[in-house]
Design a binder for this molecule. Sequence first.
Ligand code: SF4
Length: 368
Amino acid sequence: MSTIITPHTDTRMAEIIHKVRSGERLSLEDGVYLYESEDILTIGQLANEANLRKNGKKVYFIENMSLYFTNVCEAHCAFCNFRKDEGEEGSYTLSGPEMVEYVKQHIHPGVREFHIVGGHNNHVPFQYYVDSLKALNEAFPEVTLKAYTAAEIDFFTRISGMNVREVLMKLREAGLQSLTGGGAEILSDEYRKKMRVNKANVDRYLEVHRTAHELGMRTHTTMLYGSIETYEDRVNHMIQIRELQDETNGFQVFIPLSMQPKSKNASIMRRNSAYEDLKTIAISRLMLDNIDHIKAYFINIGTQLTQMALTFGASDVHGTILKEKISHAAGALTPEGLTRKELVWLVKGAGRIPVERDTFYNEIKVYE
Ligand code: SF4
C-alpha cells in the first residue's frame, strides 16, 4: 500500500492521516477540515487506502430494475422535479397488475432486484402499497424487493394508523426484503425546514432504519448534497449515520447523491463540481469507518467520474437500473441505465475487479 502522502507538511492533515492509518475514528472537526482543505489528492489517496483495506480491488454492482409505482406526492420538497399533484398532466399511479405487465415487457434475464420508490400518494390507501409489492412478489418470486424509503414508511404510518414496526412487518409479509436509502436528504431539521422537506424528520428517518435493522433487514442510506447545507451539516449527517450503524450494523452502503441542477424551486442552478463530488465520496469513506461500501452513483455523477471515484474510496457502482426517473426529472445528463457489459467495462477501465452481487452483497460472479 502506498505511503507517498507522508510525511506531510500540513500538521493538521498529518494528524488526520495518522488517525486513519491507526484506525482511530475521525471527528466532526476532522471531517470539516477535510472539506475545507484543497489537498484533494491526499484526501483521495487516504480514502483509497481505507477502501483497499476493506474491499481490496473489488467493486460491486447488481442486475436490477428501478420501478416507480406513482409520481403523485403530497410532499413538496424544494429540490424535486419528479412529483406531481393528483390529476396534473403527467401524473400516474400504476396498479400492481399494471406494474407486473410493465416489468414483463422490459425485464431481461439476470435481474435479481427491483429497486422501488415513488411519491407519497395519499389518494390511495396503505393497502395499495402492500398489494403492489405482493403482485410483484407473486409474479417474480426470484427477484428481491428492495422497496420504499424511510420517508415513505413514515408516510405509510400516517395513512394507516399503524406504527413503524407494524408497517414494516405488513410489507415484509408482502415480500419486502430491504429498504432503499432515499429520504435522508441532509439529516438536519433546520435544513429540512428551509428545503420544505415536509416528510420524516431526522429522528424519524433514523427510527425507521433502526426498526428495520431490528427486524433483521439490511438497508441502504443516502445523503443529498450540493444545495444550502454547510460542510458541518454534511459531516454531522455522516456522524448520525455512523452512530446508528454502531448500534445496529444494518447499513450495507452509504450513497452520496449529488444534487441535480434543474431544481428551480430550490434555486440550484449549477451542478456540483467534479472536485466536490470526489471529495464527498472520499470524506464519506473516511468518516464512515463502520460501513462496508460507499457508492459512486453514475446516474448523478456520470460514468467517467464514477471511474475516478473508484480510486477515491468508492467500492460500488449501483446497477443496471434500466430506466432511472427521479434524477433525470431533475436534469441528470447521464444514461438512464447501463448494461451488465457496460458496468463491467466501467469498473475494469478503472483498474478494479467487477463483482456482480445480490442485494445483500453476496457475490454472484467475479469478472477477473
Ligand atoms: S422528493 Fe419524494 S417526497 Fe419529496 S416531493 Fe419528491 S417524490 Fe415527494
